[in-house]
Design a protein around this ligand. Structure first.
Ligand code: ATP
Length: 251
């Protein structure tokens, strides 16, 4: 039990969720290492959603609202940390949920499907191995995607993705929204929009923004996307990290 008044309660809670998910077969061992890399970058942004990330989440929300076939891609880390929030986001967007895994095994797909169903998901794509299409440029099972989901999606949310798949999705003409605490990753640099924030804060914030922006008209939403520049976003996110290091020098 982590005491609730522990100064890093939320971070430790996430860490426990990740460890439990590994023990329960939701997460591959490498998923724990990816989480650790994320934690280090989270420390540098003060473990809170920065102003830059909030603006980015707004642009992401606008893109998801305007999408014709939005899809939320779920991997082990996402299923471990935010299954209920993903289901809620899919509901308010009328988006599809698709399981896509780097370390795909039939057992892991089954376990994640159970987690998502228990979180309230009505339909989950990407579970029927026989019924998947292949996306060009990914020489790996995670290139196998559902024809109703990622294959025909126009906007895809890909939390904690790796660079190869992001690149292949962007090359196939998709608008890719990544959630990645590391602004220097290949994913961050390749995605159409990169939310440099922890997924445990991003998805609730995205839900809030979608609920607010749904009342806006199309032109206003388009403007939000047009005014967004991912290079500036990544630069500003790095500046926040660097200034937190500079602040330490004052000690
Ligand atoms: P790339 O191939 O894009 O260069 P990578 O090799 O680092 O990235 P992975 O090892 O799959 O890719 O790591 C996934 C990314 O997810 C890491 O960059 C890590 O910082 C980030 N990450 C880990 N945990 C979280 C989290 N809770 N929220 C957001 N991002 C996270």
């Amino acid at each position: 039990m982590i005491p609730k008044d522990h100064p890093r309660y939320k971070s430790l809670l996430s860490r426990h969720k990740v460890v439990d998910a590994y023990k329960n077969g939701i997460l591959a061992d490498a998923g724990m290492i990816a989480h650790g890399r994320g934690e280090a970058f989270d420390y540098l942004i003060g473990e809170k959603t920065t102003k830059t990330a909030e603006k980015t989440i707004e642009a992401a929300a606008a893109s998801l609202i305007l999408a014709k076939n939005p899809v939320l891609s779920v991997n082990g880390n996402t299923a471990a940390l935010v299954p209920e929030d993903i289901v809620k986001l899919a509901d308010i967007l009328d988006a599809k949920i698709e399981i896509n895994l780097f370390y795909r095994t039939p057992q892991r797909v089954k376990t994640i499907l159970k987690v998502l169903k228990e979180a309230g998901a009505k339909e989950v794509l990407g579970t029927d191995k026989e019924n998947l299409e292949h996306i060009e440029g990914i020489n790996h099972p995670r290139g196998d995607v559902s024809p109703e989901g990622i294959f025909n999606a126009d906007v895809i949310l890909v939390p904690l993705e790796d660079g190869d798949r992001t690149e292949a999705l962007v090359s196939s003409g998709k608008f890719v929204i990544a959630v990645d605490l590391n602004p220097l990753s290949r994913t961050s640099k390749t995605a159409s929009i990169t939310i440099v924030d922890n997924i445990v804060r991003t998805i609730p914030c995205l839900i809030e923004k979608v609920e607010k922006l749904k009342k806006y008209d199309k032109d206003e939403l388009k403007k939000l996307i047009e005014n967004f520049n991912n290079n500036i976003n990544l630069r500003d996110s790095l500046k926040t990290m660097l200034s937190s290091i500079e602040d330490f020098e004052k000690f």
